[in-house]
Design a binder for this molecule. Structure first.
Ligand code: NAD
Length: 358
């Protein structure tokens, strides 16, 4: 038995969870001492944004329905100007990581409190991490100002999330928890949340594939993504997230599918260096091995398995390995450029995660 030593930083946010919890929206806006909310969403979710605005009635200062991926700085400035012009005193953001990202960019400059209503499983609403793209470069940072003050998780809003996106978004959440389990600064509390989060998503995603309108399954997936988001916001990530960020960003690959494809291979790479974490991931997946269990799970729920199927080109793999290995970062298994190149080839081909002699 080892004696315990850790730092656990609780982040103050209020969570209102459950089917129909959107009914508490006005109460929650008032609890923020706010009465003029700017509603933010992406163009694809314009109707949901309009519905939220209508529910808020006179507490709604306006609707900004142009959130896009990667938070371009020009758009963030425009949304901030709108918030100021309308005298908004809070932002109600409904949508996935992209819409929440725009809300965070506004909060970074204005300290406007955010009330988030997530409709994917990205987990962004639980983290103080922001990303803003300027001159084609995505800058990320951490600032407690951007952490939403209140989060309303209403699973009924997620039933429209297409099955393909539900599956990749859910595995994106599993990736936060998996890396949280072997993080250098992991602690017993986040590890408990991580295992429970993976387990909830492993149970919920096949049920969503079987019936996307199953609100109980949607509720379980949202619960899992909440836990995985807390883990992401509390401990440092490693190889998997770095690979997805650098490779996905450099070659313009879709966010959640990139996570889905790389995860089994990143777990295989770290398998020998983090046996305890792997045991917990495998247990949550009800599998014998974390990496192969993750690969089999992705297959079972019909997720994409190879980078070539989501727009990566074989000719770019060398450059991807160079980029991924160029900025050193902590990982349980030291990062080696040649091995990363092989890992990327496996992910490109959709191969079984390999057994590394590391
Ligand atoms: P997304 O927000 O881009 O959404 C994907 C698509 O799904 C969009 O077209 C959106 O309109 C649509 N959509 C969302 N919810 C829907 C619903 N319920 N029904 C129908 N359509 C719906 O995708 P995402 O994966 O949630 O977020 C990805 C972005 O979030 C990336 O830019 C990523 O970097 C960022 N992110 C940030 C953090 C963080 O902590 N800062 C964490 C995770 C992801």
């Amino acid at each position: 038995m080892e004696s315990l030593e850790f730092v656990y930083q609780a982040r103050a946010s209020r969570v209102v969870f459950g089917e129909g919890s959107l009914n508490h929206l006005e109460r929650e806006v008032l609890a923020l001492n706010a009465e003029r909310a700017l509603v933010i969403c992406s163009p694809e979710q314009k109707d949901t944004g309009a519905h939220i605005a209508q529910r808020l009635g006179q507490r709604c200062a306006g609707l900004f329905d142009r959130a896009v991926m990667h938070v371009p700085i020009e758009l963030a400035r425009e949304a901030l100007a709108v918030a100021r012009r309308l005298n908004a005193d809070c932002a109600v953001v409904v949508g996935g990581g992209s819409a929440i990202g725009l809300g965070k960019a506004i909060a970074l400059e204005s300290e406007l409190p955010i009330l988030a209503i997530p409709t994917t499983y990205s987990g962004s609403e639980m983290t103080p991490i922001f990303g803003i793209t300027e001159a084609s470069l995505k800058r990320t940072g951490t600032d407690i100002k951007v952490l939403p003050k209140t989060v309303i998780y209403d699973p009924t809003l997620t039933t429209t999330l297409p099955v393909g996106l539900s599956v990749t978004s859910g595995i994106n959440a599993i990736a936060h928890a998996a890396e949280g389990l072997y993080a250098r600064d992991s602690n017993p509390v986040t590890s408990m949340m991580a295992e429970e989060g993976i387990s909830a998503l492993a149970e919920a995603l096949p049920a969503i594939v079987a019936d996307p309108s199953d609100v109980a399954a949607r509720s379980k997936a949202l619960y899992g993504s909440w836990l995985c988001g807390i883990v992401l916001g509390n401990v440092g990530m490693a190889l998997h997230h770095k690979l997805c960020h650098t490779v996905g960003g450099s070659f313009n690959l879709p966010h959640a599918p990139t996570h889905t494809i790389i995860l089994p291979h990143a777990l295989a790479y770290n398998r020998n260096a983090s046996p305890e974490a792997m045991k917990r991931i495998a247990r949550a997946l009800k599998a014998a091995d974390a990496a192969t269990g993750m690969h089999e799970f992705a297959k079972e729920v019909g997720a994409p398995l190879s980078l070539k199927d989501i727009g990566m080109r074989q000719d770019d793999l060398d450059r991807a390995a160079d980029i991924a290995a160029s900025n050193p970062y902590w990982n349980p298994q030291p990062v080696d450029r040649e091995k990363i190149r092989r890992l990327l080839q496996d992910a490109f081909d959709g191969a079984q995660p390999r057994t590394w002699a590391l």
